[in-house]
Design a protein around this ligand. Structure first.
Ligand code: SF4
Length: 69
């Protein structure tokens, strides 16, 4: 199982909500559709799913790192 750290530069978020549409279990939005999840560490077997969600952001403000286990 991979341990991943997902970071969002929330100050640059434009509220498209594409991230949460791709992965509502990872990204939490405020009432106006802005991503509130600045940093999140998850364990997953489906890294491709996470990569797709990260890549869905048109502003390219979400990054993905592998965490040390
Ligand atoms: S897709 Fe990007 S810009 Fe849009 S809400 Fe998510 S983090 Fe913000």
């Amino acid at each position: 199982m991979a341990k991943l750290i997902i970071k969002t530069e929330t100050s640059r978020c434009m509220g498209h909500a594409m991230c949460a549409n791709a992965a509502s279990d990872i990204f939490e939005l405020d009432d106006n559709g802005y991503n509130m999840t600045e940093i999140r560490e998850i364990e997953t077997d489906d890294v491709d799913y996470v990569r797709r969600a990260v890549a869905s952001c048109p502003e390219v403000i979400i990054t993905l790192e592998e965490a040390d286990s």
